[in-house]
Design a protein around this ligand. Structure first.
Ligand code: NAP
Length: 254
């Protein structure tokens, strides 16, 4: 069984490891043995645990899952040269990665939290020589799309990396709306969950504009609801959210 070494034991490392734990032997490098133990417990498989000060990445396939601001100190602590470095750090360029961590090949990956359920929409970009390997690896956590440039990956970060939070906000708002109208909280939540599942199935087969038109009958309830959304600037609000997230990714890379 091939091995993969995670650097970092936070939310994203755990989410991706959940998807890979039956396909790879997992090693995790962290800075606190208690948190590494908790990671192993949450993952529910035996892993190799190593403290950062004692870590050697020579010849390994490494998945970097710390915060962008930790890159410098983590790079200083690591010994050896990885075979492949896959980084999930938002807004952190290949050039900056090369400066701080030694590896033969570099790929940036932008997964989302759905990796926890093997349902991440992950984008990748980097050294073409590692395209196939990185694609196969990240497929363990869901669907994968290779992009041609880092600029596109930063845009993908704003859309699909942060996206679960935007949709969680929409789900919460819809359920709150139903509760405001008098539906019980549990029923509103159940309905919203089913709505997202059903809409995902529809969107997999149909263009969103056509889907919207199909639901919206003349003078009907959906037309009234959509008009209210447009009057509140819902579309513009989502476009502004992506612009703000991209600006933040660019600020993180400075
Ligand atoms: N969360 C998402 O949905 C998402 C989506 C796409 C990409 N990402 C990217 O994933 C990366 C990790 O995010 P996360 O959500 O997993 O964050 P997180 O849960 O806060 O985990 C951060 C990890 O970094 C470690 N760390 C913190 N400070 C450190 C230091 N000074 N030196 C060494 N390690 C340190 C933490 O170790 P301790 O446990 O010891 O504190 C932890 O293992 C980020 O770069 C983010 O851009 C996240």
């Amino acid at each position: 069984m091939q091995s993969i070494t995670f650097i970092g034991n936070g939310n994203m490392a755990l989410a991706i490891a959940q998807g890979l734990k039956h396909k790879f032997r997992i090693e995790v490098i962290g800075r606190d043995m208690k948190r590494l133990d908790a990671f192993e417990k949450a993952l529910d498989v035996t892993i190799e645990k190593r403290l950062l000060d004692d870590a050697d990445i020579e010849g390994k396939t490494v998945l970097l899952c710390v915060k962008p601001t930790n890159l410098k100190s983590v790079g200083k602590a690591l010994k050896g040269k990885a075979r492949l470095l896959l980084s999930v750090l938002a807004g952190t360029s290949l050039e900056v990665l090369r400066k701080h961590i030694k590896a033969k090949g570099y790929v940036r990956a932008m997964p989302n939290l759905a990796a926890r359920h093997g349902a991440s929409m992950t984008t990748l970009t980097g050294d073409d020589a590692h395209k196939d390997e990185a694609t196969v690896l990240m497929r363990g956590a869901g669907d994968v799309l290779w992009l041609d440039s880092e600029k596109e990956l930063d845009i993908a970060t704003a859309l699909a990396g942060s996206g679960p939070a935007y949709l969680a906000l929409v789900a919460e708002a819809l359920a709150d709306g139903a509760v405001k109208l008098g539906l019980k909280r549990d029923d509103a939540r159940k309905l919203t969950e089913g709505l997202f599942q059903g809409s995902a199935a529809l969107l997999a087969h149909q263009h969103p504009a056509l889907l919207k038109e199909e639901v919206m009958s003349p003078g009907g309830t959906t037309a009234a609801g959509c008009a209210a959304l447009e009057a509140s600037g819902a579309r513009a609000a989502f476009i502004a959210a992506l612009e703000a997230a991209l600006a933040r990714a660019q600020a993180l890379s400075d």
